[in-house]
Design a binder for this molecule. Structure first.
Ligand code: HEC
Length: 166
């Protein structure tokens, strides 16, 4: 496996996080994702940036149109999502704080949603042809608005590290 430094850190931090089977499934692909629109230039690791209510609302609308049929109208994921399917594939996990999306940095989440997962048995479609990076980030903002303080702080730290911050 070869990772850039930021990703290696993410993987280390992931190993320390609650292991729910998402690690292998969502290993980063080799693509590099540019800094995101609206990213703060001097991130404060301790304090995740506030979410803009309009972006959260736009993200919710996109989520209901593109993602809810698998991840649930209320972000709760598929029933028994922690039990893999017989063929080794995974069921759609929740996108609220009870899932594991918050374990991953923005850069990796954007990549998974836009390009798809490099997990061979992935059932997660790639949305790069249908959704812009900015739209995907708005959906992520909607997820974040449903995470608790600790999940948000953890995910923000991963994002800062993946950017090469400290
Ligand atoms: C056809 C069903 C389906 C649709 C539609 C779908 N997903 Fe997924 N998604 C999955 C499955 C199944 C997984 C579990 C991992 C895998 O199979 O790669 C997943 C995994 C993910 C993950 C990774 C979670 C983690 O912690 O590793 C993210 C993020 C995600 N989906 C976001 C989205 C977003 C955003 C949309 C809408 C734009 C969406 N998904 C639409 C089925 C779907």
């Amino acid at each position: 496996m070869s990772h850039v430094a930021g990703r290696a850190l993410t993987v280390v931090a992931l190993a320390a996080a609650v292991a729910t089977g998402c690690g292998e499934a969502s290993e980063p692909t080799a693509l590099s994702v540019p800094l995101l629109p609206g990213s703060p230039t001097s991130p404060d690791v301790s304090e995740p940036p506030p979410l803009h209510p309009d972006r959260v609302a736009a993200g919710e609308e996109l989520y209901q149109a593109y993602c809810a049929q698998c991840h649930g109208l209320d972000l709760a994921g598929a029933p028994d999502w922690q039990v893999p399917n017989d063929d080794g594939s995974f069921k759609p996990p929740p996108q609220d704080g009870t899932g594991h999306t918050w374990h991953h940095a923005d850069q990796l989440l954007l990549e998974i949603v836009s390009v798809g997962s490099n997990f061979p048995q992935s059932r997660m479609p790639a949305f790069g042809d249908q959704l812009s990076d900015d739209q995907i980030m708005a959906i992520l903002d909607y997820f974040k608005s449903n995470w608790g303080r600790q999940e948000r702080a953890f995910q923000w730290e991963q994002t800062v590290r993946a950017r090469g911050g400290s």
